[in-house]
Design a protein around this ligand. Structure first.
Ligand SMILES: NC(=O)C1=CN([C@@H]2O[C@H](COP(=O)(O)OP(=O)(O)OC[C@H]3O[C@@H](n4cnc5c(N)ncnc54)[C@H](OP(=O)(O)O)[C@@H]3O)[C@@H](O)[C@H]2O)C=CC1
Ligand SMILES: C=C(O[C@H]1[C@H](O)[C@@H](CO)O[C@H](OP(=O)(O)OP(=O)(O)OC[C@H]2O[C@@H](n3ccc(=O)[nH]c3=O)[C@H](O)[C@@H]2O)[C@@H]1NC(C)=O)C(=O)O
Length: 768
């Protein structure tokens, strides 16, 4: 029965009613395109609706969202993806009704029988080579049909049925032995290495599959003679060899390798056919191009048409795909997931002469990770900084003890010059990898799973980072980074990443950065030492500016102190003391900077910042630098709204001349008071503002909440208005504890506590 319908599929004269279970996958959607092209009535189901299924529907596919018995009604045959297992409702319905159930590879082989098939097989490079071959044959006017494993923009889609042309180029999949279904006209064998060892016993079993396909191939066995196993299995009168040496039937001599293309001379035996430019980078791709050149030449395509086709070729998605190419950063994404592919891709990356190569690798399948761990360990030698995620299971069950760490350990054993880091999940990978990038870096995301999402997210944010770096460089330097962890910049040691972190060093660069961010509608937040901030665990969207360099300066003259927004209050207190100016002693133990202190009108020991302000210099909302005297600045207890949208650059503060001993005595008193009444652990000082009638600390203490904790966040035993992070606390934990305290104060004393600490940021991380 199955045999009979397959025979019918081999003859396009018999339109049938065919259903595909799992139609959204790249292989199945390609098959659906071919069947529609052949004139069959096609339906299909999938749990996912993708752009691909939408496109297929426009071409006539009857699509079912989710699998159902209904889809197989009146079908002549049902084709199922390897991801579909017995038990699937559509599969079972077809089985019960006696409808022939056919595997994808069998159906594809039957479709191919309508034409002269060219099957492209091998361990690495199949997609690129099958796409190149189809493109070259098409440019040569032969109107080939094609079926390749990925979307190739230049071919229009992953599969195409051409009613006119004779040839049909198909990517063959050797992973599960179904390659033996093909009886093609020609075969291209790229390389044969131990892979898919979950299915094969070893290299001999793999060779046997290749040998069988070749024995079923009527015409040419085009093969890469540089690969010893491919050379061995393709030896014989049908063999057409290619490689780097003139002794092969076709060979190349590389003339130049560029980031996005290569140039090489092509020889047929000793005869120079001419030079060619290939529109994708890498020596391995020149080798792949030779396969297409050899086959197309033997099929009668002129070298001129081949040259034209190679020059215009653009790669498959996820094959050394350049995601960002700027003056300072490059991001490349590649599907490589086998050690040889990784080494070849990294060698191409190395050829681009970046300052550093940063790589994020997502291992694919537990079985491959375990079996090839040594080879993986050896394949990252070209990388300066390597991050590895957890394994992408690809329908496998986890194997005990096998994870991204398995490969990291091997890398550490085999190579001590690569810096390594573990980034288990995709959001963590995005944040760590993005944060590690420095001007001059090339980032490459590698793997067959969903690691490309990280590259896409980083590439989306890099144009802004490029611009920020350019502004800082043009204005005397500074630092800009992606996804800076805010727990590094808050005294609470809590907080998710800031999307853009910027450290301008002077007024001009600060003002220019603010002007640019405003024009690009990117939210701005200026922070000081983060001593009064709770940054939520999802981090901060937009830009966070932190003043360094010139902004840290403090000078004393007469009874005046001039200080930058980035000057520590402790430093101001000490400069005043050294200049014999009294009145600044209260600043001694406050962990913040002047900018934050002005914005918050910080205070202690009965004094506050605005008691001493003479004038404040700031960046106005239009980006211009302005200055205002004290009289024109409205200020309240712990709040100066004026500086919410305007950013403090520096200020002049006034004290009163005082004897050194008197200042020292006050400093010591302040120090003593703090040491005896406040905890030393990580906190943001007082959590709540003091309500009108009583101190918040005393109130919380009276409510017996000292020692109350949520996770690692605890109400201090020393001062009840301090919440201490005992190590690794999250913002969520602090906020839950805050909520408990507020509720108790309201219920038991009728007091509404208001937070003094500013809570900023988002609960959820930046989406990938
Ligand atoms: N009395 C005490 O014992 C303690 C007092 N404090 C005080 O808390 C404050 C925190 O200081 P710090 O750690 O440096 O600040 P933070 O980094 O905690 O920043 C707090 C807020 O200050 C604003 N800010 C910071 N720099 C500037 C600037 N240049 N221009 C305008 N606004 C700015 C921002 O407010 P926004 O973006 O919302 O406008 C920011 O969210 C200080 O006032 C500090 O003295 C802190 C701990 C203990
Ligand atoms: C810590 C901060 O500032 C602090 C600043 O350091 C100190 C010292 O001048 O005065 C304020 O605290 P505070 O009002 O709690 O002052 P404290 O002197 O520590 O306490 C006031 C009174 O409450 C009592 N108290 C305090 C904490 C406690 O757990 N139990 C208790 O009984 C103290 O013994 C004291 O009698 C500022 N807090 C606010 C919200 O204004 C901050 O802003 O982050």
């Amino acid at each position: 029965m199955t045999h009979a319908v397959l025979s019918l599929l081999k003859e396009s004269r018999h339109p049938m009613r065919i259903d595909l279970i799992g139609v959204a996958g790249s292989g199945m959607s390609g098959l659906a395109l071919l069947l529609l092209g052949l004139g069959h009535k096609v339906s299909g189901s999938d749990k996912a609706t993708t752009l691909e299924t939408e496109r297929l529907q426009k071409l006539g596919l009857q699509f079912f969202h989710g699998h159902t018995e209904k889809e197989v009604e009146d079908c002549d045959m049902v084709i199922y993806s390897s991801a579909i297992k017995p038990g699937n409702v559509a599969y079972e319905a077809a089985y019960k009704q006696g409808i022939p159930l056919i595997r994808r590879a069998e159906a594809l082989a039957a479709v191919m029988a309508n034409k002269q098939g060219v099957v492209v097989c091998g361990t690495h490079g199949k997609t690129t080579t099958s796409a190149l071959t189809a493109h070259v044959l098409r440019q040569g006017g032969l109107k080939p049909s094609h079926y390749v494993g990925a979307e190739i923009p230049i071919l229009g889609s992953n599969a195409h049925w051409d009613t006119e042309g004779e040839l049909f180029v198909a990517e063959g999949d050797e992973s599960d032995g179904t390659l033996v279904n093909f009886h093609p006209e020609h075969a291209i064998v790229l390389n044969i290495e131990p892979e898919h060892l979950d299915f094969y016993d070893g290299i001999e079993a793999i060779k046997a599959v290749f040998r069988q396909v070749l024995s079923q191939t009527r015409g040419l066995w085009v093969h890469c003679a540089e690969d010893p196993v491919a050379r061995e299995v393709c030896a014989g009168p049908q063999g057409v060899s290619y490689g780097w040496s003139r002794e092969h039937d076709f060979s190349a001599n590389i003339l130049s390798m560029k980031p996005d293309h290569s140039e090489f001379a092509v020889y047929q035996k000793d005869q120079l056919l001419g030079t060619a430019t290939l529109g994708i980078p890498g020596k391995h791709n020149v080798s792949n191009a030779l396969a297409a050149i050899a086959l197309a030449t033997r099929c009668g395509v002129s070298f001129e048409a081949i040259q034209h086709a190679l020059r215009s070729f653009r790669g498959a998605k996820r094959r050394f795909e350049i995601r960002h190419s700027g003056e300072r950063f490059t991001v490349v994404d590649d599907y490589g997931h086998h050690p040889s592919e990784i080494a070849a891709t990294l060698a191409t990356a190395k050829g681009l002469n970046a300052k550093r190569i940063v790589c994020l690798f997502q291992p694919h399948r537990y079985s491959r990770t375990q079996l090839l761990k040594k080879e993986f360990g050896a394949s990252f030698g070209d990388v300066d900084e390597l991050f590895i995620t957890d394994v992408y299971p690809a329908s496998e069950k986890p194997l005990p003890g096998v994870s991204g760490e398995t490969i990291l350990e091997e890398v550490r054993l085999q190579n001590d010059h690569t810096k390594t880091g573990s980034t288990p999940t995709m959001p963590i990978a995005r944040d760590k990898v993005g944060n590690s990038l420095r001007p001059g870096d090339l980032l490459i995301t590698l793997g067959a799973g969903n690691v490309h999402e990280v590259g896409r997210c980083i590439a989306r944010d890099l144009p802004v980072l490029e611009k920020l770096c350019a502004i800082l460089e043009a204005n005397g330097g500074g630092v800009a980074r992606l996804y800076e962890p805010m727990n590094r910049h808050t005294t609470w040691l809590i907080g998710g990443p800031a999307q853009y972190w910027i450290e301008p060093r002077n007024e001009a660069s600060f003002a220019e950065v603010v002007r640019y961010l405003r024009s690009a509608s990117i939210p701005i937040r200026v922070i000081g030492r983060g001593s009064n901030l709770l940054v939520k665990d999802g981090g901060i969207r937009g830009a966070v500016i932190h003043n360094k360099g010139d902004f840290e300066n403090v000078t004393a003259s007469g009874d005046l102190i001039t200080a930058g927004a980035g000057a520590r209050l402790k430093k101001i207190a000490s400069a005043a003391r050294n200049a014999g100016i009294g009145g600044f002693e209260w600043m001694e133990g406050i962990p913040g900077n002047l900018g934050g202190a002005i914005r918050m009108n910080a205070g202690a020991m009965g004094s506050e910042t605005f008691d001493q302000i003479v004038s404040v210099r700031f960046i106005d909302t239009d980006g211009a630098i302005k200055e205002k005297p004290l009289a024109e600045i409205t200020h309240h207890y712990r709040s100066v709204p004026e500086f919410e949208e305007r950013y403090v650059v520096s200020a002049v503060l006034k004290g009163t001349p005082a004897p050194r001993e008197e200042i020292d005595a006050k400093l010591a008193a302040s120090h003593h008071k703090r040491r005896t009444s406040q905890p030393v652990g990580a906190s943001a000082g007082c959590t709540f503002k003091n309500p009108e009638l009583c101190g918040a600390g005393k109130l919380i203490d009276d409510l017996a909440l000292k020692g109350r904790s949520v996770g690692k966040a605890i109400v201090s035993d020393i001062h009840a208005n301090f919440i201490v992070n005992q190590g690794g606390s999250t913002a969520r934990e602090v906020l839950d504890l805050v909520a408990q305290i507020k509720e108790t104060a309201l219920q038991e004393r009728g007091v509404t506590l208001e937070m003094e600490v500013k809570v900023i940021g988002e609960d959820q991380p930046l989406p990938l």
